[in-house]
Design a protein around this ligand. Structure first.
Ligand SMILES: NC(=O)c1ccc[n+]([C@@H]2O[C@H](COP(=O)([O-])OP(=O)(O)OC[C@H]3O[C@@H](n4cnc5c(N)ncnc54)[C@H](OP(=O)(O)O)[C@@H]3O)[C@@H](O)[C@H]2O)c1
Length: 335
């Protein structure tokens, strides 16, 4: 069996962390074959730092490289749609960073392009691929908690100093950047079921993007979810699943967890150490998502059972509805 040959698009912060995470996987399974940036200088620097053989100064050159198995899209949210379509139309498999795109219309365009070109596509909700979350899903599948009645997920991280978090033109706001993790957690627990109702309240920055949001959702059979997310303050960043016969607490950071409390019994899942400093928390855990993609490609799957495209579409539809209720509108909404 051959190594999976990755092409990275975007030489920014998350691409750096992804490259570091790759080094924790066997080289005979995963190789980064090329990096593309809008700037050739940045691509070359990145390639040197991470020992990547090929550097491109235009994304189109990566799209034309026939020796790439999958493109990892690590550019800003606002670029996912356009750049995603570039690779999908070139017949490339794509792992696209979260949020998948700016709204559900854009996400549906990406999904349609993947279907049309018969290629693999996945939203990079890396959380789903963590061993701790595999254990959560296993426990839920065997109904270890009885009937789940309430799911709570919090994510707050002070990042008002980061331009892409606060500027509307860069796709800012808590919802798209980190709220997406809380909502995907709820959908994971409720198995991709559409909520019966969504009630969101939010406060916005002067730029018009959301600073802090709370969301209450009701699901069938008297089940509920409560989410809070913020780019102004730190929150506990944990998630709790409460059932009639037990509970699971995913300790913070719930989006890349290493500790589970199942009925107060603690289990730890140790992450490998990074070979270079990381930009984000627990990023060597990106290895699980990379390996999930490899397994999907080896099986010839066009989407991941861990993060199916239907979940991504529902996730963005829920985010569209939340934005409608709290009054966040992006220019992409009227395109
Ligand atoms: N999974 C995770 O834990 C995680 C963590 C952080 C971020 N993310 C996601 O990853 C994506 C990138 O985040 P990041 O923090 O890595 O961002 P970043 O470093 O600020 O930017 C990433 C890349 O986006 C491109 N870019 C930046 N500004 C642009 C602009 N004004 N117009 C067009 N392209 C621009 C650049 O690509 P070039 O190199 O080609 O110029 C840049 O290298 C986001 O969608 C974010 O949600 C995921």
């Amino acid at each position: 069996i051959m190594a999976t040959r990755w092409g990275l698009c975007g030489a920014g912060k998350i691409s750096h962390d992804f490259s570091v995470a790759m080094k924790t996987l066997p080289h005979e399974n995963h190789q980064i074959a090329a990096i593309a940036s809008r700037s050739l200088v940045r691509a070359k620097e990145f390639a040197k730092k991470h020992r990547i053989p090929t550097a491109y100064g235009r994304y189109e050159e990566l799209a034309k490289n026939p020796d790439i198995d999958i493109v990892y899209l690590g550019v800003l949210h606002t670029e996912h749609w356009k750049v995603g379509l570039l690779f999908l139309e070139a017949g490339k498999n794509v792992l696209c960073e979260k949020p998948f795109a700016m709204n559900s219309k854009q996400v549906k365009d990406l999904v349609a392009a993947a279907k049309k070109n018969n290629v693999f596509l996945m939203e990079a909700i890396w959380s789903r691929c963590f061993p701790a979350h595999a254990e959560v899903r296993r426990l839920l599948a065997e109904r270890a908690l009885g009937e789940v009645k309430l799911v709570k997920a919090y994510f707050g991280s002070p990042q008002l100093h980061i331009p892409r978090s606060v500027q509307k033109e860069l796709g800012g706001g808590a919802l798209l950047d980190i709220g997406v993790y809380c909502l995907q957690f709820v959908l994971m627990v409720f198995d991709g079921e559409r909520p019966q109702s969504i009630q969101a309240t939010g406060v916005l920055l002067d730029s018009g993007v959301d600073e802090s949001v709370t969301v209450v959702m009701k699901f069938s059979r008297n089940r509920m979810a409560l989410c809070a997310f913020s780019i102004a303050v730190r929150l506990p960043n944990d998630a709790v699943i409460s059932g009639t016969e037990g509970s699971i607490k995913v300790l913070g950071p719930m989006h890349c967890p290493t500790t589970l409390l199942v009925n107060d019994q603690e289990t730890e899942y140790i992450l490998p150490e990074p070979c270079l400093p990381l930009n984000f928390t627990n990023s060597t855990g990106l290895r699980y998502e990379a390996e999930e993609v490899r397994q999907c490609l080896l099986k010839g799957l066009k989407e991941s059972p861990q993060m199916p495209l239907a979940d991504s579409i529902l996730l963005t539809e829920i985010m569209d509805e939340i934005r409608k209720q709290i009054g966040v509108v992006f220019s992409q909404d009227s395109q």
